[in-house]
Design a protein around this ligand. Structure first.
Ligand SMILES: Cc1cc2nc3c(=O)[nH]c(=O)nc-3n(C[C@H](O)[C@H](O)[C@H](O)COP(=O)(O)OP(=O)(O)OC[C@H]3O[C@@H](n4cnc5c(N)ncnc54)[C@H](O)[C@@H]3O)c2cc1C
Length: 395
């Protein structure tokens, strides 16, 4: 089966590898002239690492990832710390796979190298897709420069502004979430000793939260600061802001947060847009994956992980229903839609939890944290995410 994938992001590359592994002939078309990922970090929970290990990438990922020992919660005002959960060996014991944090560019490189090692010309760069036509027998894809590609199937892995989604299901209706995300990378050497932690930290406060965790074997620290603000609505990975503006968004927060902000190399800002979950994302020989079909707010850190799960399960469906590609795409959507919809909805819920007004005073915060982050509640919120087994999901 010949498959065209639009978009060489984390989702598109994982799908390409999984499909190639199961005997499909894959071509990935990427609009960028050069393969690049933004300089920011990513958390990869065990449910996302299971498929990547299954594709034989465990060793390469471990070589460039960090493995946090656990996660803590800290209070915006006093810096008081509570344990959220253990990771490290506990993750492997409980879920079968580790929990990594890593630089997006490194993950991207591992995926692209593995794909090229399996099929040297599997990736075509400077290939911006503009439209497609499908018949009962196949799909023809058109690029902006007039070139055409033909295949049995087309997968839109072209991200949140997906052209394939737009042509198939119409223009989407993003709603501004009222939140802005600050992102940046910090050299670990520039931080005081007490902040060079191997534990992921989640600062919570009224109207904002901050997450930081180690990257690249602990030489870097990733910073994400999300704040409720309604004067910035540009959804882009590459918009730069200033340190001054970022400090102002966290005025009154603990000195440690400002120390982190001071040391961010380049602070980027991204307006968080919300989209309702789609009821359908496959149409005969065309389907979508990753942010193209279930973009999510980042409050559960599962966007890229969902894209990875999608690619792997899509490949299982295409192998099982190889004689009927349209049925394979229906089965893929059926296997994935309930989970991805839940993740999108529960991510939005987490915003209320992280930004709760009860966190304003230290006394109110202590009672709130004791109530909201009991071991039982944390398990209920994360176990179903981390235990998901892409090899056993019925298809
Ligand atoms: C602040 C923040 C923090 C996050 N943290 C996490 C986290 O810790 N863990 C996690 O799992 N997720 C996280 N996410 C979400 C994650 O980044 C995304 O869900 C993930 O990148 C989606 O991958 P994708 O492959 O679907 O799309 P993308 O990564 O957007 O890739 C799409 C690709 O398609 C290409 N493309 C687009 N249009 C065309 C076209 N017409 N023709 C050809 N190519 C095209 C693009 O150039 C791009 O390369 C976070 C998101 C944000 C905003």
């Amino acid at each position: 089966m010949k498959v065209l994938i639009v978009g060489a992001g984390i989702g598109g590359l994982t799908a390409a590898l999984a499909l190639q592994e199961r005997g499909c002939d894959v071509q990935v078309l990427e609009q960028a002239a050069e393969l690049r990922e933004v300089g920011a970090g990513l958390q990869l929970s065990p449910n996302g690492l299971r498929p990547l290990y299954g594709l034989g990438l465990g060793g390469s990922l471990r070589a460039c990832a960090s493995e946090p020992a656990g996660k803590n919660i800290r209070l915006w005002s006093t810096g008081q710390t509570w344990k959220l959960f253990d990771l490290g060996a506990t993750s492997v014991e409980q879920y079968g796979y580790p929990y990594f944090t890593m630089h997006r560019a490194k993950l991207h490189q591992v995926l692209a190298d593995a794909l090229r090692a399996r099929k040297r010309d599997a990736l075509t760069l400077a290939a911006k897709c503009v439209s497609y036509a499908q018949t009962d027998d196949g799909v023809a894809l058109k690029l902006a420069d007039g070139r055409e590609f033909h295949a049995d199937l087309l997968i839109g892995a072209d991200g949140v502004h997906s052209r394939i989604r737009e042509q198939t299901f119409g223009t989407d209706q993003p709603k501004f979430s009222g939140c802005l995300a600050w992102r940046g990378v910090i050299s670990m050497d520039s931080l005081p000793q007490h902040l060079r932690s191997t534990v992921g930290t989640n600062w919570v406060g009224p109207g904002a939260h901050v997450i930081h965790y180690p990257l690249s074997g602990g030489t870097l620290m990733n910073f994400v600061g999300i704040v409720e603000r309604d004067d910035w609505q540009i959804e882009s990975w590459t918009q730069k802001g200033t340190h001054q503006e970022c400090h102002a968004d966290f005025a009154g927060w603990h000195d440690d947060v400002h120390e982190l902000i001071r040391n961010i190399e380049v602070p980027y800002k991204w307006a968080l847009m919300a989209r309702d979950p789609m009821p359908q994302w496959s149409s005969r020989r065309v389907t979508l994956l990753g942010d193209a079909c279930h973009p999510t707010l980042p409050f559960l850190a599962q966007g890229a992980v969902m894209a990875i799960e999608d690619g792997y399960i899509l490949a299982r469906c295409l192998e099982k229903y190889a004689s009927d590609p349209a049925l394979a795409l229906e089965k893929y959507q059926e296997a994935r839609i309930e989970r991805t919809t839940s993740i999108v909805l529960r991510s939005s819920e987490n915003r209320r939890r992280f930004h709760n007004s009860a966190l304003a005073s230290a006394a109110g915060a202590a009672a709130y944290v004791d109530r909201e982050w009991t071991e039982a509640k944390v398990r209920e919120r994360y176990d179903w995410l981390f235990r998901y087994n892409v090899d056993e999901v019925p298809i």
